[in-house]
Ligand binder design. Sequence first.
Ligand SMILES: C[S@@+](CC[C@H](N)C(=O)[O-])C[C@H]1O[C@@H](n2cnc3c(N)ncnc32)[C@H](O)[C@@H]1O
Length: 246
Amino acid sequence: MDVFHSRQHIMNPMRVDKFYRFCKTLNLPNQSKIVDIGCGKGEFLFRLFEIYKISGIGIDKSPYSIDECRRRKQVKAPEAEIRFLLMDGKDFEPDEPFDLACCLGASWIWNGIRGTLEALKHMTYPGGLIVLGEPYWKQEPSDEYLELMKVNRNSFHTHYENVLMGEDLDLTCVYTLPSDHEDWDFYETLHWWAVSEYADNNPDDPDLTEIWNNMKESRETYLRYGRETLGWCIYVYRFQRYTNFS
Ligand SMILES: C[S@@+](CC[C@H](N)C(=O)[O-])C[C@H]1O[C@@H](n2cnc3c(N)ncnc32)[C@H](O)[C@@H]1O
């Protein structure tokens, strides 16, 4: 079980009302076809179904996530043509392209933003959309922070670099929605809350000490370094049909 995220359906640093507003901003044609790689609890697909009656596929390699998606589908959208596949996202080969391909917070699947944009473009019709949730450096990270996060400086880029990253792939960035402190605090503090409650309700869990210490370590990393250093943003890119501007 994923104790950290047990109080939230959106597993990325964006508060619920803002994320739902973003879903409306997309203004998709009804019945669009969507793929979401690293779909977590399926919230993006469920929300798009509610607004646009989309169909699509959610993919995640965590059995817990896929069980949760299937369980939630029965409750939220039993009639929806949405399938959830338990598999590694990098092995997914679509039969035909989608109107929108998405990866929110799992670009490591294709070794970072560049590989992710290439992979998602391969799944999308020209004229379609790519939705990518990706970190960016707000300031140069310290060595201590990189060590605690187990990433290197080149794992992520600046916001400016992320916006332009798709340019030579004919992907035009058309919208950005960065997370602010309220979004990040919403996301991070709900982990503390979830672990605190879990400890009281499951005092005999043999993993409890490890879960508690993980929470303390991630809280320390966030408060001391991450809050001022690491940004996060939802980027929307359009797969440009016409590119002959010279
Ligand atoms: C940070 S969570 C984001 C979940 C969801 N996109 C959201 O924003 O609510 C990352 C998700 O990616 C999944 N994941 C990690 N590696 C993956 C892989 N190689 N293939 C598919 N899913 C993967 C994890 O299981 C997790 O559910």
